[in-house]
Design a protein around this ligand. Structure first.
Ligand SMILES: Cc1cc2nc3c(=O)[nH]c(=O)nc-3n(C[C@H](O)[C@H](O)[C@H](O)COP(=O)(O)OP(=O)(O)OC[C@H]3O[C@@H](n4cnc5c(N)ncnc54)[C@H](O)[C@@H]3O)c2cc1C
Length: 433
């Protein structure tokens, strides 16, 4: 509740995607704050595709969501009958090569799949009315160090003022480019093909599995999964030349021509893939892009970056949203830690804690992309030798539970404990002077 003697902390969020929506809900729960979020789109908007919600994402969401929002999300997640997350299947034979998650993970934390719309809706349940302003594009932020505040300049000519800006404007972030103009967004060499559709179109497929299945050959991946009741999802990440990817900039819905193109690429894959392709009503295609990740997630003692704005890589182990939520959790914890009942905040201190608790983990993840490329090459060299391919697949594609299941709370506690010890040592030295 607001204390009449202290001014509310003004928090401005830029962007209303998964990171912005999670931040708006979580940060609104802090004491004595006024949260405003500016979203460029004229209304709530999420693509109709599927999204994997990993163990890490669920560990955080269990803490930041209200019981109503958590229950809604749980009701929308599809996990199949098993207890082991997605099945990694041989691209040609369909045999299960590995499972995705640790066997002792409780059911409510096991990875699941849902539509992006449902995940976004779960987050928005916790956002108080009046927090979001739609149709508001932020062009630039400007810090005023002496006044300890920051101005946000909007494309409609308005200027907003805040004590803390949370930048969640996604992979193409204008605000990141303001601070790091040299970082270039580049094509990753893969196009994502995706569609959610009525499962009734697959009624004729007798051997349609109940699980979520991932088929992988080299960098090419196909994911087949039921989603919430009555819906099925097809997703594929396929290597495509840059000219083709560039042509997708304006036209994403490729219809039957797109399906024909994919079928050509996947002709010798497991028959289930072809059967599902034959039943698709159409297909949407998006080129995957990336830029160098930010080394530090804070600027000017007043600006924090979260989500794809901070670590801009489209598609990578299905963990993008988990990283969004983990950033938001670390920021929430850091702000909460520095206010501790006083109802005033030490923003520079909170941002330091936030940055330290996220940046080391994220730098390690970014390095893993390079190891992953080496692993993919190594596994794929054996693609024509079934036994060797299977052996290499099992050996290399089971090593990243430290990413899929990490708990940002533990990293945060580590940093906070170290900081407390440093302060104790510092205080002791002072008392001995
Ligand atoms: C093909 C594909 C598949 C993926 N699959 C998965 C998956 O299975 N699991 C998973 O966890 N992650 C997945 N990801 C990653 C995940 O989608 C992203 O990490 C996540 O959506 C990032 O959320 P965000 O809020 O940071 O950015 P965004 O979702 O991009 O949201 C940014 C928001 O900011 C708004 N905005 C932009 N500029 C401005 C501005 N200047 N002013 C105001 N508003 C602005 C935009 O309109 C948008 O609403 C996938 C990504 C891709 C591309």
């Amino acid at each position: 509740m607001a204390n009449s003697n202290t001014r509310q902390l003004r928090i401005a969020i830029v962007g209303g995607g998964l990171a912005g929506a999670a931040a708006a809900g979580a940060l609104s729960r802090l004491p004595n704050v006024q949260v405003r979020a500016y979203e460029r789109a004229p209304a709530v908007r999420e693509a109709g595709a599927q999204i994997a919600v990993m163990v890490t994402a669920l560990k955080v969401l269990r803490r930041i969501l209200s019981p109503a929002a958590w229950e809604y999300l749980q009701s929308r997640l599809y996990r199949g009958d098993g207890t082991d997350g997605i099945h990694h299947r041989h691209w040609k034979t369909g045999e299960i090569l590995t499972i995705a998650i640790s066997p002792d993970t409780p059911r409510y934390l096991q990875e699941g799949r849902t539509s992006r719309v449902s995940l976004h809706r779960a987050l928005m349940i916790d956002v108080p009315d009046g927090v979001f302003e739609y149709g508001k594009e932020v062009l630039k932020v400007e810090s005023h160090r002496q006044k300890k505040e920051v101005s946000l300049h909007l494309s409609n000519g308005e200027t907003k003022t805040a004590d803390l800006v949370v930048v969640a404007d996604g992979l193409y972030s204008k605000i990141r480019r303001q601070y790091l103009p040299e970082t270039e967004v580049k094509y990753k060499g893969l196009v994502a093909y995706r569609i959610n559709f009525s499962i009734s179109r697959l009624a004729h497929i007798e051997d349609l599995p109940n699980d979520s299945s991932s088929f992988r050959k080299g960098s090419n991946v196909v994911i087949l999964s039921r989603l919430e009741t009555g819906t099925y999802s097809f997703a594929a990440f396929l290597q495509e030349p840059e000219e083709f990817a560039a042509s997708l900039r304006w036209e994403h819905a490729l219809g039957q021509a797109g399906i024909h193109r994919i079928k050509g690429k996947l002709a010798d894959w497991h028959p289930l893939v072809t059967k599902v392709l034959d039943a698709l009503p159409g297909i949407d295609a998006y080129p995957l892009q990336e830029a160098k990740w930010m080394e530090h997630l804070i600027r000017d003692d007043t600006v924090a970056f979260v989500g794809d704005a901070a670590h801009p890589t489209a598609g990578g182990w299905g963990t993008g949203s988990a990283f969004c939520f983990a950033d938001v959790w670390a920021l929430y914890r850091s702000l909460h830690r520095t206010c501790q009942g006083k109802e005033t905040y030490n923003i520079p201190h909170a941002l330091q804690l936030f940055n330290e608790s996220r940046r080391h983990f994220l730098q390690r993840v970014e390095r893993q992309f390079d190891y992953d490329k080496m692993d993919t090459k190594y596994v794929n060299e054996a693609v024509d030798d079934h036994d060797e391919f299977t052996k290499r697949y099992r050996e290399r594609y089971t090593l990243i539970s430290w990413i899929l299941e990490h708990d940002p709370e533990l990293w945060w506690q580590e940093v906070e404990a170290e900081e407390r010890h440093r302060n104790i040592r510092h205080d002791k030295r002072l008392s001995q002077l």
